[in-house]
Design a protein around this ligand. Structure first.
Ligand code: A4P
Ligand code: MG
Length: 157
């Protein structure tokens, strides 16, 4: 059994409904959700000319392997209508594997911990709700969070 941290983001359609649906589908496919953050409205990062995102993080436990979890995540994204278009572009749902136990992976198509997580306020703000003392890439989440600009991020639920 592995403890995982997952990040969710959406900025098309009904983002909160999409994230709720993704959590339900993951639970039905072998990821027991043990904690979830509040929802946050966050300014788009990377490509600014798109709607604000809604972001949430969740903790879970699973017997799926990292690859098996990635497969499940991608099937849930597809089921919810995700189309892969441009990098960092708008999406109905995006699910990232932030951590998988304390393991590090860097394989084609799978990098864990998720590469940019320690510099992204839209991940760190929700992570602070559920895992402030978790050490990722050598520092606690609360210490990474102290180093990013969380301006413009608003708790919405
Ligand atoms: N992949 C590799 N490692 C992982 C992992 N740990 N978890 C691969 C999930 N996927 C992982 O992802 C591209 C490939 O990453 C997948 O095929 C998988 O094999 P994608 O979701 O198809 O593409 P993407 O999301 O457009 O690209 P990328 O680089 O993953 O973007 P990000 O980093 O997910 O950023 N602004 C705000 N405010 N909130 C957001 O949620 N999200 C993004 C997307 C940009 N700006 C944002 C937000
Ligand atoms: Mg992604």
């Amino acid at each position: 059994m592995a403890e995982v941290l997952l990040g969710f983001g959406a900025n098309l359609g009904d983002p909160i409904a999409a994230i709720e649906a993704a959590l339900r589908r993951l639970a039905a496919e072998g990821v027991r959700i043990t904690a979830r953050s509040h929802f946050y409205r966050t300014p788009a990062w990377g490509k600014a000319d798109q709607p604000d995102f809604v972001n949430l993080c969740a903790a879970g436990s699973t017997t799926l392997s990292p690859r098996g979890l990635l497969d499940v995540i991608q099937s849930v994204e597809a089921a919810l209508g995700r189309e892969r278009r441009e990098r960092w572009g708008p999406r109905v749902i995006d699910i990232d594997i932030l951590t998988y136990g304390d393991h590090a992976f860097d394989e084609p198509g799978l990098t864990i911990p998720h590469p940019h997580l320690t510099e992204r306020a839209f991940v760190l703000a929700p992570l602070l709700d559920i895992a402030p003392d978790r050490v990722i890439a050598g520092r606690r989440v609360r210490d990474w969070a102290a180093g990013v600009d969380r301006g413009g991020i608003e708790r919405i639920g």
